[in-house]
Design a protein around this ligand. Structure first.
Ligand code: CA
Length: 651
């Protein structure tokens, strides 16, 4: 081989690798198309081959609608078998040329796989925008894994209508150093497998075998990926009825997930449909942490793709169960039926739905509170456990009903109750006395309240509580005592209504205030600090929430218990922040707490209008203005109007 030809070869090899080329392969995908002229299934008209014929006027359209309502039918798609692994660097698409074409590619999904049934698929691109008829749109792909099989799935209910699909890339094994996530959040990808292939779960009883992949970005820009077999099913009560479904994941073996402290099989994907900020649970959990509850469930915002359908933003959370990094109490064995062994640990849930949901293990207390026994759930004789714990519960309840504090202290950790009460009141959780976890550890005399769970109806997001919050001056009672006067208010009549009222009498003077003050001063419950946390979450979720509300266009619609629809995500977040500002002040007033920090400097309404001046202890003016700046920990003098105060910032 002479030098000239070698050089030529080298140049052509270099150019081939520098410019990714359009890939060809065997057309694969859904075989049955629709003949729109008859509405009948076809294998000759509008077939999958039309998506790869280079002609923008021909298209593929499947006979099946490929919709969430067809839970038994796999989603429809078109793709290529590339014959060997390729790393994809670019995808192209063009919508069908008709009145619906443009929107029928928005949230269309490109995927790569190495199993021909795509149960190991991961996303390589999600189309965020509407398409343009008559041209091919392109997007660069940031995914370093090599795939033999690539495909396109249309969005929900679009019959995969597509005029043309293109894939670009190069042959190669690739690696997992850079995988695609649909936003900056981790992406959870679930495919049902085996007998459940392509089917979506419809209840919370049947476990669908699944392949579960969680892709997240490390700080250095590389990717971490967890891919494990397990099962998935629906979860929740009311939340299960929304079109955006909540799921429970159960891995076949215990897994560490993202940065969660627990290693466990069971995890939850919370759907947050009625909470338009998608943040209410996380904000509430943060408040629980700042009030120093023993255990607050792990919770992380993620995007979810289920069987090729982008489902929107979810919260990946702990399952509430006994685990040393979750509810850290003794797990009872099947033969723990006597002596010390039967004294715990118990994980209980006060649950208004208990008797309606066909829960097997529950009891109704003397005063009519339904209590589900979440753990133990397996025993040689659960009736013995039930008998023990229900009797114990009734001792505690009797102390409450007889308003005997001395007796109550033998059965209840009142401080744990104070904390969950304050979280409920600050967040305005109308579910507090309908649904609440309680635990009892072995050889521990006290029933303890917590953890917190399910705070979606908080921050004035419940059509039954809006009047209460909209008249903050007019009301002086706690939220749980509030009655809207129409007789249809259910808080007061909550399953624990009497119980909660008696507890209010049972608190020692200043007991609630002490818990509040401790949280406020040690961990900062100022509205400015809580709202800074809200801002941080809102920034983190921004890319994902935009996709979520394309998938579920409900920002201008009242859903679940909404009494308003503010029309934009930003307005929903602002509403929560203004709630927090008002409510923290209200809580301080109600509890008789004058913060030692800078929020407490205002002496009256006229001073509130004055700018603040902040000095260090050497008398140097550090700040002047209307805002309250973030200050390093230390001691300061804050002057406002005629009023000044020495304050200590602890965090
Ligand atoms: Ca075509």
């Amino acid at each position: 081989m002479n030098r000239y030809i070698t050089l030529l070869l080298l140049v052509s090899m270099l150019s081939a690798s520098a410019v990714p080329h359009k890939l060809t392969g065997t057309v694969i995908g859904t075989e049955t198309s629709v003949d729109y002229s008859t509405g009948l299934p076809s294998t000759t008209v509008n077939t999958r081959y039309n998506a790869f014929d280079g002609d923008l006027s021909t298209y593929f359209a499947s006979y099946d609608r490929s919709s969430v309502s067809e839970t038994e039918i796999p989603r429809t798609w078109v793709g290529l078998d590339l014959g060997s692994k390729h790393v994809i660097s670019k995808v192209g698409w063009s919508p069908r040329d008709d009145g619906y074409g443009e929107q029928r590619v928005q949230l269309g999904l490109f995927e790569g796989a190495n199993s021909p049934d795509f149960t190991d698929a991961i996303p390589i691109y999600l189309i965020p925008d509407k398409g343009t008829i008559g041209t091919i749109s392109y997007a660069d792909v940031d995914c370093s894994r090599g795939f033999r099989y690539v495909r396109y799935l249309g969005p929900d209910n679009a019959r995969c209508n597509i005029a043309e699909v293109e894939f670009y890339g190069e042959e190669g094994e690739g690696d997992d150093s850079h995988l695609y996530t649909v936003s900056n959040l981790p992406t959870v990808v679930i495919y049902t497998t085996g007998d459940f292939f392509g089917r979506d779960p419809v209840d919370k009883v049947t476990d669908y075998t699944s392949s579960i992949t969680i892709i997240s970005r490390n700080d250095d820009g590389t990717t971490a990926v967890l891919c494990q077999p397990g099962t998935t099913r629906l979860r929740g009560n009311n939340s299960m009825t929304h079109p955006k479904k909540p799921y429970r994941i159960k891995f076949d073996s215990k897994q560490k997930v993202l940065d969660a402290p627990a290693k466990a099989k069971k995890w939850t994907l919370i759907n947050t449909y009625g909470d338009k900020t998608i943040l209410r649970n996380e904000i509430s959990f943060e408040i629980a942490r700042r009030l120093e509850m023993d255990y607050v469930p792990y919770c992380r915002l993620v995007d979810v793709i289920y069987n090729g359908d982008y489902k929107g933003t979810y919260q990946l959370c702990d399952q509430i169960e006994i685990n040393k990094n979750r509810v850290n109490i003794t797990e009872m064995e099947v033969d723990d039926l006597a002596g010390e062994a039967i004294t715990g640990g118990y994980l209980l849930e006060i649950d208004a739905y208990a008797s309606q949901e066909g829960e097997e293990h529950y009891f109704t207390s003397s005063s009519g509170i339904p209590v589900t026994i979440k753990s133990p759930d397996e025993s040689n004789d659960l009736s013995l456990c039930k008998s023990y714990i229900s009797t114990y519960w009734n001792f505690m309840e009797k102390a409450v009903m007889q308003t005997s504090r001395a007796s109550l202290d033998q059965y209840m950790d009142v401080k744990s109750y104070c904390k969950i009460f304050l979280v409920g009141e600050l967040t305005g959780n109308s579910d507090t006395f309908w649904s609440m976890y309680v635990t009892k550890e072995r050889n521990d005399a006290l029933l303890r309240f917590g953890p917190v769970w399910d705070y979606e109806l908080t921050f004035n997001n419940d059509n039954r509580t809006k009047d209460y919050f909209f008249n903050p001056v007019a009301h002086t009672e706690w939220l749980f005592e509030f009655d809207d006067g129409n007789g249809n208010h259910t808080l007061k009549a909550g399953t624990m209504g009497d119980f909660a009222k008696k507890m209010l009498i049972l608190f020692h003077a200043g007991e609630l205030l002490d818990v509040w003050k401790n949280g406020y001063e040690k961990n900062n419950l100022r509205a400015s600090s809580l709202n800074a946390y809200v801002d941080k979450l809102a920034e983190e979720i921004d890319q994902s929430q935009k996709l979520n509300f394309i998938r579920w266009p409900i920002l201008s619609k009242k859903v679940h218990m909404n009494f308003q629809a503010l029309g934009s995500y930003e307005k929903e977040v602002e509403f929560v922040k203004s709630y927090i500002t008002t409510r923290v002040d209200w809580m301080n007033a109600k509890l008789g707490y004058k913060p030692a920090g800078v929020d407490g400097v205002i002496s009256d309404a006229s001073d509130e209008l004055q700018p603040k001046q902040i000095f260090n202890m050497q008398g140097v003016l550090l700040y002047q203005g209307d805002e309250m700046p973030e200050l390093e920990p230390g001691v300061y003098i804050v002057r406002q109007g005629a009023f000044s105060n020495k304050v200590m910032i602890t965090r």
